[in-house]
Design a protein around this ligand. Structure first.
Ligand SMILES: *[C@@H]1O[C@H](CO)[C@@H](O)[C@H](O)[C@H]1NC(C)=O
Ligand SMILES: *[C@@H]1O[C@H](CO)[C@@H](O)[C@H](O)[C@H]1NC(C)=O
Ligand SMILES: *[C@@H]1O[C@H](CO)[C@@H](O)[C@H](O)[C@H]1NC(C)=O
Length: 376
């Protein structure tokens, strides 16, 4: 079976398997309709408050200054910022109307943070590893275009920021490979158990007092069947463990974020992205992107950190979450202090007909995230 078909069937089948019997998710799992459509438009008054903008700008501005200093660039100078490009999808209202000019007030950019309320229909996808470490820099020193990603978590009902949440992100590396999960088609030799040791571009960060979690990552690479994206889960009520992981809590939000197609095209010309021969899927050809962009904007805003794309990118986005939600999470594998372990009931083990790792009673130690009905 082609990877694309596998992916499609997996992504479509998973919500059905995970949903509670009779849950409305079943009805929508095979349609292109989003399960939820909760724009953050009603929050614009809250997000326009001077204090809200000031804090967001301060936090994002500090990140940008830190990145510029690390490059030996003057942090004080007017950052060279690029506007978001328009995406050529007429049905999606993506336009950033902000013109970017020298000496402009950064707050006008950061206040336009993007709003994102993604659909749970696709759950966490087939390549989630639960239990990754709390760490800001998730690059493991790999090559690629540095990407610092700031995610602001807000409650979509109250429009208030959500501090003390944990944001868990994961993506493919610059050449389009996910590590940490053994046996997924196209992601390395299925017999190679060393893949389970991989943690690159996977990690967890807490949100600060203004709801912002930020990561030092790399721009993800493309792979067959999907538009370039980063996965994210927002956990509420999780407990920080001594070994720098989190346990318990619930997944209030499961989403994917995307990039402007023009940016992806530019990145794909840069080494090592250019060596990736896997097929490119455009945003507008990606079923999950279409769902995510239906009613809200899952594309990150971004600025170049230096004059050269290779200097890196700073990207930011806002997630509107339902704090009462508790999404079903079924990881492909778990990260433990002894390394990675496949989940025998996870999407990849099910796909390949049996776990490649051992259960080892590990799941007993780590409180499973019990899915319950969303409270709408
Ligand atoms: C992240 O860590 C790598 C080494 O593992 C380092 O080269 C890189 O500069 C770090 N990124 C940032 C933004 O500090
Ligand atoms: C991406 O990950 C794969 C698997 O670990 C590795 O072979 C490849 O070299 C990585 N790409 C880069 C640019 O490091
Ligand atoms: C941008 O950086 C890349 C990689 O470091 C380098 O090969 C290229 O020459 C640089 N381009 C410019 C215009 O400086």
């Amino acid at each position: 079976m082609a990877i694309k078909n596998l992916l499609a069937s997996l992504l479509l089948a998973a919500p059905v398997a995970l949903a509670h019997p009779g849950h409305h998710e079943k009805v929508y799992a095979h349609s292109a309709l989003p399960l939820e459509r909760k724009s953050l438009a009603h929050c614009s008054a809250e997000f326009s408050k001077p204090e809200f903008i000031k804090r967001t700008v301060e936090i994002h501005g500090e990140e940008l200054a830190r990145l510029k200093r690390s490059l030996g660039l003057e942090a004080e100078e007017t950052p060279k910022l690029r506007p978001r490009d328009y995406i050529s999808v007429s049905r999606i209202d993506h336009k950033s109307s902000k013109a970017v000019s020298k000496g402009m007030d950064l707050s006008t950019l950061f206040s336009d943070a993007g709003a994102c309320m993604l659909m749970p229909a696709v759950d966490q996808g087939p390549l989630y590893v639960q239990g990754e470490e709390i760490r800001k820099n998730i690059t493991n020193g790999e090559k690629g275009i540095p990407l610092t990603l700031a995610i602001q978590v807000v409650d979509y009902k109250t429009c208030q920021t959500v501090p003390n949440a944990y944001v868990d992100i994961w993506s493919s590396n610059s050449t389009g490979i996910y590590v940490g999960v053994q046996g997924y088609p196209g992601m390395g030799d299925p017999k190679d158990a060393s893949i389970l040791k991989g943690t690159t571009l996977r990690g967890v960060q807490p949100t600060n007092d203004h709801g912002v979690a930020s990561f030092d990552s790399l721009f993800p690479g493309h792979y067959d069947g999907r538009a370039t994206h980063i996965h994210a889960i927002v956990y509420l009520g999780a407990t920080k463990q001594p070994q720098h992981t989190i346990t318990g809590g619930r997944a209030a939000h499961i989403g994917q974020l995307y990039f402007d197609q023009s940016l992806i095209t530019a990145v794909d010309k840069v080494t090592p992205y250019s060596s990736n021969k896997m097929k490119i899927t455009q945003n507008t050809a990606d079923f999950l992107f279409m769902q995510g962009a239906n009613g809200d904007d899952p594309i990150v805003r971004y600025a170049m950190v230096g004059p050269n794309l290779s200097d890196g990118l700073f990207a930011w986005i806002r997630f509107g979450i339902n704090q009462q939600a508790n999404k079903a999470v079924n990881p492909a594998a778990w990260w433990t202090d002894k390394g990675g372990v496949m989940n025998p009931k996870g999407p990849v083990s099910q796909l390949t007909g049996g776990g490649t790792g051992g259960w080892g009673g590990w799941g007993k130690k780590r409180a499973a995230v019990e899915p319950v009905e969303d409270e709408e």
